[in-house]
Ligand binder design. Structure first.
Ligand code: ATP
Ligand code: MG
Length: 445
């Protein structure tokens, strides 16, 4: 009778006649609220309540108690029930309770999301620059933002791919909802799958409770799949299906979940060449690449450098409590002629360092010595005798990474900072080049 009533009110319900059946049912799907009778055949409601809560701390159980059994109601509340309702049940009262329990569930989910969002660092949403190349990017972003079309953002490391993805979200009608980012390269395959789609308890070893995936978190909003070039072909197949149907199951569950998500993907890899080698599926590529936004390298839009410098001086200066008025002409020349392999991220780091080091209020070449250490690039000292003496880019990069990583004693965060690249990018390169620690001991990260 109750489920008929709730379904009419727009809720979806599943029913179970015993604790055992309820647990089985629960494992198959994603539930927000459980309405439990205190007295049931076999195991009682209180014990079921405890089990469900340990499976899913965010579940909001409501207990149905016999009239006047205050003690059990109290015990239920202490065991994690959201509330109790005594029989005979007043339907309006029940409905109000269920609405509130639903709100509370959303709030908890929201908090979880905020927490993960807080862990992401340093965001400043403005895309600075006025070169034709960046204007082109901004114009594309504003034109495609209102639609739900999938967008693939390409570009070297540190060129502002994530910034562009956030701009796409902020300019879209989805802006009041979430922007959820997943770094696909950072996780091993099984974890990535559960990160994306969630899992139910027992889906794999270590899955001790149910978990909401990023697709669900992004419902109504935008899901940013960063470093998409690195996902395995199995996940590629699943992802394609989910993007096409907007429907999926949590790992270990067969209950379909429908969402409304705009997918934006990014990669600093050459996906085209990965298509040819079969590492990346063509169907997924075309599905993602409906619109392509290519972030230009900083060295290809040098006219933006000083504008970015001004912006960053203001941002870091305020944060670091320093007033910087400008740069000497020599320092300016230095910044304008540097190659910026780590693009805007590298520029950000270099300026932050310079501001910290600066004693006065004008930045000079002394503050940018990191850019000008000629001895560090001995391999390309201009001493080529034959063609064979010209090292390949990847060899130079490998040697350089090796040198820096040994210098920092395998502190990956610091190495990435010094190199002006993202930590995940660094990890990939370590893997790609097979760079290994000399000594046996693994000190963690
Ligand atoms: N046009 C821009 N204007 C202002 N800040 C920018 C711009 N482009 C990038 N940045 C800043 O540079 C840093 C790197 O940008 P972002 O993280 O978006 O790069 P990315 O392309 O995702 O890099 P990676 O490939 O290494 O993940 C961020 O701090 C970002 O705010
Ligand atoms: Mg990024």
């Amino acid at each position: 009778m109750l489920s008929g009533f709730l379904i009419k009110k727009g809720y979806s319900c599943s029913m179970a006649a015993s604790a055992e059946e309820a647990l089985k049912q629960y494992a198959k799907g994603a539930y927000e609220i459980a309405l439990l009778d205190m007295k049931m055949q076999g195991e009682d409601g209180l014990s079921l309540l405890k089990k469900l809560k340990s499976l899913d701390p965010q579940l909001q159980p409501i207990m149905m108690t016999a009239y006047g059994t205050v003690e059990t109601a109290v015990e239920a509340m202490q065991s994690g029930a959201y509330h109790y309702i005594s029989k005979p049940i007043d339907l309006d009262e029940l409905l109000a309770l269920i609405q509130k329990a639903g709100e509370r569930h959303h709030l908890l989910r929201e908090n979880l999301y905020l927490k993960s969002e807080l862990e992401r660092i340093n965001r400043d949403e403005a895309i600075v620059g006025s070169s034709p190349a960046i204007m082109q990017v901004i114009s594309t972003i504003s034109r495609v933002a209102p639609s739900t079309t999938t967008v693939l953002i390409t570009g070297e490391s540190g060129t502002g791919k994530e910034l562009a993805a956030r701009a796409l979200h902020n300019l879209s009608p989805r802006q009041p909802n979430r922007f959820v980012a997943v770094s696909c390269a950072a996780l091993p395959e099984t974890l990535l799958e559960s990160e994306l789609f969630g899992h139910v308890r027992g889906a794999f070893t270590g899955a001790n409770s149910n978990k909401i995936g990023r697709f669900e978190m992004a419902d109504g909003g935008t899901l940013f799949l960063d470093e998409i070039g690195d996902i395995s072909t199995e996940i590629q197949v699943k992802l394609l299906r989910v993007i096409e149907t907007m429907q999926f199951e949590r790992v270990g569950s067969s209950e379909p979940i429908k969402v409304d998500v705009r997918v934006v993907a990014a990669t600093n890899r050459d996906l085209k060449s990965r298509l040819e080698s079969g590492e990346f599926r063509e169907d997924l590529y075309y599905r993602l690449n409906v619109i392509n936004i290519h972030m230009p390298a900083l060295r290809d839009r040098r006219e933006d450098i000083m504008q970015l410098v001004g912006h960053l001086i203001e941002r870091h200066g305020t944060r670091l409590g320093k007033r910087i008025e400008g740069l000497t002409p020599e320092a300016k020349d230095m910044l304008l002629s540097y190659r910026w392999p780590g693009n805007v991220r590298e520029l950000t780091n270099v300026l932050e360092r310079a501001i910290v080091l600066c004693r006065g209020s004008v930045l000079d070449v002394d503050e940018f010595t990191a850019l000008a250490s000629p001895g560090q690039t001995s391999a390309v000292d201009g001493k080529f005798i034959t063609d064979a003496d010209v090292p390949q880019m990847r060899d130079v990069e490998k040697t350089h990474i090796k040198r820096v990583i040994e210098y920092t004693e395998w502190n990956l965060a610091r190495t990435a900072d010094l190199l002006g690249i993202h930590r995940n990018t660094l990890r990939l390169k370590i893997k790609e080049y097979g760079i290994e620690r000399r000594e046996q001991a693994t000190r963690g990260e």
